[in-house]
Write a protein that binds this ligand. Structure first.
Ligand code: PLP
Ligand code: COI
Length: 341
């Protein structure tokens, strides 16, 4: 079999239907074995819990072709664990973590021709998701669920790839204290659709959300955590109970400290101090690390010294090291890269 003929270097972050997807059904209190199928369509009751009460959650991870031609995934065990935590918060059955990793492997193997070649700039994005499918009209969790994984080849999440973006500070809040901000529930993204469209209409690539209780602290964006770099080179990331525990951010903090010997801090970050940072970036599976050049807010704007042309030097070093680990050119901590053969 041969790689699909796609213009790998120029694909955006969009959905392309690939050959196979995995589906497993939860019924009568148990998950079935699951299978790879061809059909990308889903049929369900008009009263399915997911349609009425948004009982759905998801994950995101990528498969890469390494420099020596292997196909790998990055830390899928952490996606399995996070989906477990999300499911428990949403009263959904947990899809077993070992089965989750097996399903990831099956989907990547069955769609190997869709894994972009090394050096193309593209990757294969995997989207595990789960939803309540049986009819529910009183407000309660479903009894029947589907767990699925599909995959789609993707390019950069933000247009322009590694070029710095301009973001704005949203007037809306993303997640309440003690709410669902720390899990990957579909509802967190439904609420962000209006703010992101407002941001786009005003010419901004993304929203910075502040903590809803005091609106003084930086939380995250709609689809990525923040990383800042101080003028003396310390990597700082916001600590909050209402942001998603990004696997990319947690990995980058380890890379910064243990691989690159940088000073790192995970702490509350006040919006007032953002103007004093030298560099800013958004990190996530889709975003990788996208540099932020400018933040526009009600009372002014922050122009980071790293500018609008290129990534700042520290963020570039982090980007090169992380992507090097993912693509097999840099040795990473043990167990981070799962080979799928
Ligand atoms: N924050 C939000 C709200 C996200 O949707 C994502 C994407 O998954 C992230 C952060 C980054 O998380 P990860 O690095 O695990 O992809
Ligand atoms: C990811 O990075 O995997 C995400 O889920 C972010 C976004 C596409 C919502």
């Amino acid at each position: 079999m041969a790689k699909k003929e796609l213009d790998w270097a120029n694909i955006g972050f969009g959905y392309v239907k690939t050959d196979k997807r995995f589906v497993s059904t939860f019924k009568d209190g148990a998950w079935d074995e699951g299978a790879l199928i061809d059909d990308d369509m889903i049929s369900m009751s008009e009263c399915a819990c997911v349609l009425q009460y948004a009982q759905t959650c998801f994950e995101g991870l990528k498969a890469y072709t390494t420099a020596d031609g292997k196909t790998v995934c990055f830390r899928p065990d952490l996606n399995a664990e996070r989906m477990k935590n999300t499911a428990m918060r949403l009263e959904m059955p947990v899809y077993p973590e070992d089965k989750f990793i097996e399903a990831v492997e099956k989907v990547v193997k069955a769609n190997k021709d869709w894994v972009p070649p090394y050096g193309s700039g593209a990757t294969l994005y995997l989207r595990p998701f789960m939803f309540g499918i049986n009819p529910v009209i009183g407000v309660k969790p479903a009894d029947e669920y589907q767990f699925r994984i599909f995959c789609t080849p993707v390019g950069p999440y933000f247009k322009g790839g590694a070029k710095p973006i301009t973001i704005t500070v949203s007037d809306f809040d993303r997640a309440a204290p003690r709410g669902t901000g720390n899990i990957k529930a579909g509802l967190n993204y439904a609420m962000s659709l209006h703010p992101i469209m407002e941001a786009h209409r005003n010419g901004f690539a993304e929203n910075m959300y502040l903590d809803p209780a005091t609106r003084t602290k930086v939380e995250e964006t709609g689809g990525a955590n923040f990383l800042f770099v101080t003028k003396d080179g310390t990597v700082v990331t916001p600590k909050s109970d209402s942001i998603l525990p990004s696997i990319t951010r947690r990995s980058l903090m380890i890379v910064a400290e243990k691989v690159l010997g940088m000073k790192v801090e995970e702490r509350e970050v006040f919006f007032d101090e953002v103007k004093d940072f030298a560099e800013c970036g958004l990190c996530g599976t889709a975003a990788v690390i996208s540099p932020v050049g400018k933040i526009v807010y009600k009372d002014g704007e922050i122009n980071f010294p790293s500018g609008m042309d290129e990534m700042g030097p520290t963020i570039k070093k982090l980007y090169d090291t992380l992507t090097g680990i993912q693509m097999g050119t840099v040795e990473g901590p043990e167990g981070w890269v799962k080979v799928i053969d």
